[in-house]
Design a protein around this ligand. Sequence first.
Ligand SMILES: C[S@@+](CC[C@H](N)C(=O)[O-])C[C@H]1O[C@@H](n2cnc3c(N)ncnc32)[C@H](O)[C@@H]1O
Length: 249
Amino acid sequence: MASAGDDNLFTGPIGEEYDFLPMICPNVVTVTTNLGATVAAWRPGAALRGLEIGCGTGTSTRSLLSQRDDLNLLAVDASPAMLNQARENLASYARAGRVEFIESDALVYLRALPDESIDLVASNYAIHNFDHRYRRELFAEILRVLEPGGLFVNGDRFALDDHALQLASTQADVRNMFKVFGEAKRYDLLEDWIVHLFSDESASRLMYSSATLSTMRALGFADVRSNYREGVDMLVTATKPSSAARDID
Ligand SMILES: C[S@@+](CC[C@H](N)C(=O)[O-])C[C@H]1O[C@@H](n2cnc3c(N)ncnc32)[C@H](O)[C@@H]1O
């Protein structure tokens, strides 16, 4: 069985002080807003059953729920530290029955879901954390659980296909981390985020843009496209083909 890797650093100090993220990754704010806006614009008027993978502290969950009243979400995350914050931050949505928070490994949870039982799957800045094998299995499971015509939307860090540009982007990230955490005198968080960056950038995990979109198409997703890109930050959408379209293929 593929594993996500046992170094989910969101279980430690990074997860407890996650509010630093927009300072070290400013495009996160735009991507997160666009994630919710994309779902809000999809199939207007239809009540939707959604699944969010790696909901974290609930920032992306809030973007999804606040922009679409007829969306109900299952929000999965493997880190208790992150989920506790999400439960607190989105208590009113939980009380209203709009969201159920689930502590689980994403792939384990997906495997237990029936075929074609979800209208849309959303994720924000989680899937780049996974290794290639886990990510491929995750995409295959997302496709299986989506109903025909269902939507997959992923806001995330996608490595630049040009290796020199990707290196320059990583170097800029490191410099910015030293600036942000140095000014805050938070060398403990600096250390953890640099270690986390090394993990994300390792050969077994780095999520290159073109290769990832090609993998999704090869697995059977349709309409795979980037809707926003600024540096490594990108919002990708894809759909599960309807039965009729699959029969024609
Ligand atoms: C960078 S955070 C993003 C959180 C949130 N989506 C946001 O936009 O703020 C990534 C999240 O993915 C979660 N995660 C990492 N590996 C996971 C796994 N195998 N299964 C479920 N969640 C996982 C982490 O615990 C973390 O909360």
